[in-house]
Design a protein around this ligand. Structure first.
Ligand SMILES: [Zn+2]
Length: 205
């Protein structure tokens, strides 16, 4: 299992590093890298090598909490440890420096963005989840697709609100929209719309 640095706390005499074995991105066991002394500088009776494993609760109890770590400087917080830091911060918010708050909040926002899923419409007309945002929008009722920034779509959303947005769908690309049976918007996709009209009237004789 990979051992990674998950936390670095800065204090006046130096820094404190905490390592963890990550199991599927979740810290399973914690280790101090500075065997022989406490990470915060006190001597204690252990060989000079990595020591652990510790549970997170042990890490808090033996080192972090009694050294008022949340009043010191957060140098590095691994995304895997953010939920535990957050839970610890929330237990005693009056003992937390604002620098911890801002770093944890930023990490939480990044994690939320990384796990965000978009619902797109596939070539088979069925919805699916995608990590990537759709490139085109559409109206499932009128079976029209167009650009995300389409002026017609934008004013319809503004005017009709939910009555319009509940028919709004998104596509990964134009080929998917066409395969799903949608036609190009006459406002924002004029070239495609003209071509589509031509094939249609041609087809009708
Ligand atoms: Zn349009």
């Amino acid at each position: 299992m990979a051992r990674e640095r998950v936390l670095e706390v800065g204090y006046e005499a130096g820094g404190f590093d905490l390592f963890a074995e990550l199991d599927g991105g979740v810290p399973a066991r914690f280790f101090f890298a500075s065997g022989g002394r406490s990470p915060f500088g006190e001597e204690f009776d252990l060989p000079r090598e990595d020591h652990g494993p510790h549970s997170w609760e042990e890490v808090l109890e033996t080192e972090l909490d009694r050294n008022e770590w949340l009043r010191l400087h957060p140098c590095f917080i691994h995304p895997a440890i953010v939920p535990r830091v957050r839970a610890t911060m929330d237990r005693a918010p009056e003992r937390v420096e604002s620098s911890w708050r801002s770093q944890v909040e930023q990490a939480e926002q990044e994690a939320a963005a990384a796990t965000k899923r978009y619902v797109l419409l596939g070539a088979d007309g069925k919805q699916y989840e995608s990590a990537a945002k759709g490139a085109l929008g559409g109206n499932a009722k009128h079976r029209i697709y167009g650009k995300l920034e389409c002026g017609s779509a934008r004013s319809a959303i503004k005017r009709w609100g939910e009555a319009y947005t509940r028919h709004r769908v998104f596509f990964a690309d134009e080929a998917t929209a066409i395969a799903a049976g949608f036609r190009p918007c006459g406002d924002c996709m004029r070239k495609q719309h003209a071509a589509w009209k031509k094939t249609r009237s041609g087809g009708q004789g």
